[in-house]
Design a protein around this ligand. Structure first.
Ligand code: SF4
Ligand code: SF4
Length: 285
């Protein structure tokens, strides 16, 4: 008797890791290499040489000297599950079972409504061909058996990965890796460590006097409190610096408590606006 195997359908997902991306732009160049001068019909017509970027690593800086950081957030079409572009132009957009969202190149010609239908600005306008275009996840290659789109294959740091998960596995991995979408909408592109782009931090340097000398207050316990709850804590490093991360932009008033044995406790109120905050040097005495 034939044994029945219950296989759940898998979808393709691109995982973007902000901790790994260094902004080398290889993904963008690989995308241009694949699509400029090449018409991969019926998937897509060719991409313009300049401007239109179907994948784009965007630099993001946080903080102020001397405590600041930067990351690159690689943006591309989210291949939304419940895609606004497909809702706006159902004749021109297909959401495939494997999760890839494709624009019909013929129906994209002269279709300004399609260009304007993506709330995330991921549909660009090809002036020469007068048509709307976007990332295809290199479906023309994947359908021929390629394991990855060109951008993923070109990433030297594996900051981009293509995976195929069924719904259960996806749910498990989203939790395990702390994955988020850039749009808040379910789709095929998920980000790891998105807090580097979406959150802000409060940082400072702590100093004190020891044995009659000014010194960095290494090992000072720094606790951040909001509405009576501890929301972050850290010890200062050897330079007396601290950075309390993953805070919501514009989240308002916090209480900062600094304690180090042998020194009076320091308590101060901190107001967090939209940008990361460097408090300067805080003295314990
Ligand atoms: S990101 Fe924009 S273009 Fe891509 S599927 Fe979603 S709505 Fe459509
Ligand atoms: S190729 Fe990889 S490391 Fe380079 S910019 Fe793109 S995602 Fe970042």
């Amino acid at each position: 008797m034939e044994q029945q195997v219950n296989r759940k359908p898998k979808r393709k997902y691109i995982i973007v890791d902000l901790e790994k991306c260094v902004g080398c732009f290889n993904c963008l160049m690989a995308c241009k290499d694949e699509h400029v001068g090449n018409s991969w019909l019926p998937y897509t017509d060719e991409q313009p040489r300049h401007e239109n970027k179907w994948i784009n690593p965007v630099r993001h800086e946080r903080g102020k000297y001397p405590i600041m950081d930067q990351c690159f957030v690689t943006k591309l079409c989210n291949h939304c599950e419940d895609a606004p572009c497909a809702k706006a132009c159902p004749d021109a957009v297909t959401v495939r079972e494997d999760g890839i969202v494709l624009i019909d190149p013929k129906k994209a010609v002269g279709n300004a409504a399609l260009r304007d239908s993506c709330p995330y600005g991921q549909i660009s306008w090809n002036e020469e061909l007068s048509c709307a275009q976007k990332c295809t996840m290199c479906a023309h290659l994947l359908d021929q058996g390629w394991k990855e789109p060109r951008c993923v294959a070109a990433c030297p740091l594996r900051a981009l990965k293509l995976v195929e998960w069924d719904d259960d596995r996806k749910e498990e991995m989203v939790k395990k890796l702390g994955l988020e979408t850039l749009t808040g909408r379910d789709g095929a592109v998920w980000y790891r460590s998105l807090y580097r782009y979406q959150s802000v931090f409060i940082a400072g340097s702590v100093a004190c006097t020891e044995n009659g000398m000014d010194t960095c207050a290494a090992g000072t316990k720094v606790v951040l409190v909001k509405d009576g709850e501890t929301v972050a804590k850290k010890k200062t490093d050897v330079f007396g610096d601290f950075k309390l991360d993953k805070l919501a932009p514009g989240s308002g008033t916090y209480t900062l408590k600094l304690t180090k044995p042998g020194h009076p406790e320091k308590i101060q109120t901190v107001e967090l606006a939209e940008e990361s905050l460097y408090l300067g040097t805080i003295r314990l005495d």
